[in-house]
Design a protein around this ligand. Structure first.
Ligand code: ZN
Length: 337
């Protein structure tokens, strides 16, 4: 999911159109310069000099060089976890050294040509703070040596409480069926706050069905999309709104050219709260004048979701073929945020 700098203007706020999440579940959307400046006011003069001015602390002087406790090393500015005690080693250089970050997406790199050398500078991917440099003389398994300034890090010992900014986001999951899953997956992938959208099969009677089995229409499965999302950015209600924009819920057991029960419209809920919300939303929609035919969307609790074969994932992105139109998210987020 590439980061983008575009945004949607609403009356009261600017809603980012896309958030970037790391595999380990952190929101790594780059912070604005104003936010970084605000966070930096809380730093010690030494941490400010190092992180905001690309400074280097003298060798053997940092407080974390000899730290052997188990725990996590986070960015001193924004709190993002960067390194773990599990990859720390004694390099003998006088700076805390690690052979890998906790998540490659948490540390960014850029060429540093200062001091008559060409080195690779490492920065926090979220707040761009200077951390140190990475060299290719490290131990196995990576052969890399991430050379850090203690002043750029906050250490949290294993078991001690971590601030919210140092914790992975709490995600929620929703499932939607709206015809061919290629297009449904693509539209959900474009939603701000959606971490992953995965095509699959659910609500049927056969375990681990294949595409060919589902295509017979005899297994009872619907082509569905699992949406894992960040509820602090987009709500289940907003996902529902987008879902009813991207397909025609009045079509029974079909969607456009695709016909069969596997193409039925459905919201498969992960808990009673989602179920009640979906039922209420659909009841209101049905009572409105928006659709001229009854809404055929099936609403029930989710059964096991089986991810579809690899070639069905990211199909629109990989082939350029589009089967559902439009991007409803600017309208959805602009209307209710
Ligand atoms: Zn940071």
């Amino acid at each position: 999911m590439p980061p983008t700098s575009s945004s949607i203007r609403t009356e009261n706020s600017t809603v980012p159109t896309q958030h970037t999440y790391s595999r380990s579940g952190f929101d790594v959307t780059p912070l604005s310069e104003a936010r970084v400046a605000e966070l930096a006011t809380k730093l010690t003069p030494e941490a400010f000099r190092v992180t905001q001015g690309s400074g280097t602390e003298p060798a053997f002087c940092g407080n974390l060089v000899d730290n052997k406790l188990h725990g996590v090393y986070c960015c001193v500015v924004c709190g993002l976890p960067l390194f773990s005690s599990e990859s720390k080693f004694n390099s003998g250089t006088g700076w805390p050294s690690f052979f890998t970050p906790v998540d490659a997406a948490h540390v960014s790199e850029r060429v540093d040509r200062t001091h008559g050398m060409e080195r690779t500078e490492i920065n926090c991917a979220r707040c761009r703070s200077h951390l140190g440099h990475v060299f290719s003389d490290g131990p196995r398994p990576t052969g890399l040596r991430f050379c850090l300034n203690s002043a750029a890090l906050t250490f949290y010992e294993k078991g001690s409480p971590m601030p919210i900014v140092s914790q992975p986001i709490k995600t929620e999951t929703a499932y939607f069926a709206g015809g061919c899953f290629w297009g449904v997956e693509h539209v959900f992938q474009e939603a701000p706050g959606v971490i992953t959208a995965t095509s699959g099969y659910m609500q049927g009677s056969v375990e681990r069905p294949t595409y060919e089995q589902v295509c017979t229409g005899k297994t009872g499965h619907a082509e569905a999309v699992q949406v894992i999302f960040d509820p602090s950015v987009i709500s289940f209600r907003q996902l529902l709104e987008g879902f009813f924009e991207l397909h025609d819920p009045t079509q029974v057991n079909r969607q456009g050219p695709d016909s069969g029960t596997q193409y039925r419209s459905g919201v498969f809920c992960t808990d009673a709260a989602q179920l009640a919300q979906a039922q209420e939303f659909i009841a209101k929609l049905g009572a409105s004048t928006r659709f001229s035919a009854p809404i055929a969307t099936q609403v029930e609790l989710a059964k096991t979701f089986y991810p579809a074969e690899d070639y069905h994932q990211d199909y629109v992105q990989n082939t350029g073929r589009v089967c559902h139109v439009g991007n409803p998210w600017p309208q959805v987020l602009g209307a209710t945020k």
